[in-house]
Design a protein around this ligand. Structure first.
Ligand code: ARG
Length: 457
């Protein structure tokens, strides 16, 4: 018999029963459901809605169920409709008919969103820690590579020299924004819907402040209809997890490119690579590829949540049951992704020679040839043309810019002197770029310090 089987026979078509059930998904809310119930019953006692001795027995029963679940002495009955009916049923089994009094001044509608918020709040703390660990892995690697020169790209065409540290810190900064978004999100998440009941509150003299405080909520949702139908917090989390996923995906794409043979800038550790079943020479960056594709999954989940909620009238509709599978999946996905990426970064091997060679062959100091002339009074536009002609010469003669003879430079402009070679030395090119945010060694060290400071707050 169903808990709701008052005017209905309580007999669902067998397939409909399966279709209606959410226990396979929401069983992971068991702890939150019990904790929420404990807070609710304490409130019923304090407000004299339940007699003290009755409330105490219910609380003991809930405590017992909680312990049994933790010890594995009570299994979640997968034939239950959902986790809320399971906990209520288990309580009735444990203490008898008195258990039926627990659901006074409450509905599954405020219960489910309370449970989900508590669950998400805890998961956000775990995601926060994993994000920090991942950002730290970037900062740690960056610290060793403030003088590791690599090509910086635009349009994936070699553009200007940067350092590997400079590139890594860019990802660390994205991670800091992710942390900040998570922090900001928690302010809105942490508002209690409990006591909104089905949609219209209750005529019992309940104390919503009490339950909110008991469950660690910072504020109380001020409108009961909004309280039970709000799923903005699911959409917001899906969005911010998708953004984290995109950051990881972009970094993965770089790792895949950098580890490919023509680049060979990095070597992904064997722990994060696989071989081919037929090609013995192959080493495939499978983890990076999976990380790249997990963003698709996150964005898919996000879309599902948005489309599920769009157009739903107030207040609760069963459509909302479909908010959980995707948000749980996104949470699980981001947690393992952050962990894998942190490990991959920490164990990455860097091929400095290859990176430097790519800088030289790509004429990445061509802008500096022009800047040299500008320093001597030439207009940038003319200097740009002169530099382009020297690059053309170098390219046709298979030379790098520091191998081109001074006479060739002088043929293009009398302003060139011997010191051009020092000026266009790649490391000098980088360390001159001291502007805030730039790749110069001291400046990147400052950026790394900034990241580490932010991680400590
Ligand atoms: N399993 C439902 C969900 O996840 C719980 C709320 C059911 N409420 C209701 N009135 N049918 O949304």
């Amino acid at each position: 018999m169903k808990l709701w089987s008052g005017m209905l026979s309580g007999q669902l078509d067998q397939i409909a029963e399966e279709f209606n059930s959410s226990i396979m998904i929401d069983k992971r809310l068991v702890n939150e459901d019990i904790k929420g119930s404990i807070a609710h019953v304490k409130m019923l006692k304090k407000s004299n809605i339940l007699k003290a001795n009755e409330a105490d027995k219910i609380l003991e029963g809930l405590d017992e169920i909680y312990k049994k679940i933790q010890n594995g002495d009570l299994e979640i009955d997968l034939k239950s409709e959902d986790i809320h009916t399971f906990v209520e049923g288990a309580l009735i089994n444990e203490i008898g008919d008195l258990g039926k009094k627990m659901h006074t001044a409450r509905s599954r509608n405020d219960q489910v969103t309370t449970d989900l918020k508590l669950y998400i709040r805890n998961e956000c703390d775990l995601i926060n820690d994993l994000l920090k660990k991942y950002i730290k892995s970037l900062a740690d690697l960056a610290e060793n590579h403030t003088q590791t020169i690599m090509p910086g790209y635009t349009h994936l065409q070699a553009a200007q020299p940067v350092t590997f540290a400079h590139h890594l810190v860019a990802y660390a900064m994205m991670g800091l924004r992710d942390l900040d978004r998570l922090k900001d999100y928690k302010k809105r998440l942490n508002s209690s819907p409990l006591g909104a009941c089905a949609l219209a509150g209750t005529s019992y003299q309940i104390d919503r402040e009490f339950t909110a405080k008991e469950l660690g909520f910072e504020t109380i949702m001020q409108n009961s209809m909004d309280a039970v139908s709000d799923r903005d917090y699911v959409l917001e989390l899906q969005s911010l997890l998708s953004i984290i996923g995109i950051h990881l995906s972009r970094l993965s794409e770089e790792l895949i490119i950098w580890s490919s043979q023509p680049f060979s800038f990095v070597r992904i550790d064997d722990q994060y690579s696989t071989g081919s079943s037929i090609m013995p020479q192959k080493k495939n960056p499978d983890m990076a590829e999976l990380l790249r594709s997990k963003s698709a999954r996150l964005i898919g989940n996000m879309n599902q949540s948005f489309v599920m909620l769009k157009g739903l009238p107030l207040a609760y509709s069963k459509d909302m049951q479909e908010d959980k599978e995707s948000i749980f999946d996104s949470i699980d996905t981001i947690k393992i992704s952050l962990e894998i990426m942190a490990g991959q970064i920490a164990s990455l091997e860097i091929n400095k020679e290859k990176m430097l060679k790519a800088c030289k062959e790509g004429f990445l100091n061509a802008t500096d040839v022009a800047d040299y002339l500008v320093n001597k009074g030439q207009s940038f536009r003319d200097a740009h043309h002169i530099s382009a002609r020297i690059v053309k010469y170098a390219s046709e003669n298979n030379l790098t810019l520091d191998e081109v003879d001074l006479s060739i430079y002088k043929k293009e402009s009398e302003l060139f002197e011997k010191d051009i070679y020092e000026f266009i030395d790649i490391i000098n090119c980088i360390n001159k770029r001291k502007s805030l945010g730039g790749p110069a060694k001291e400046e990147v060290k400052r950026q790394i310090e900034f990241v580490l400071d932010e991680l400590n707050v």
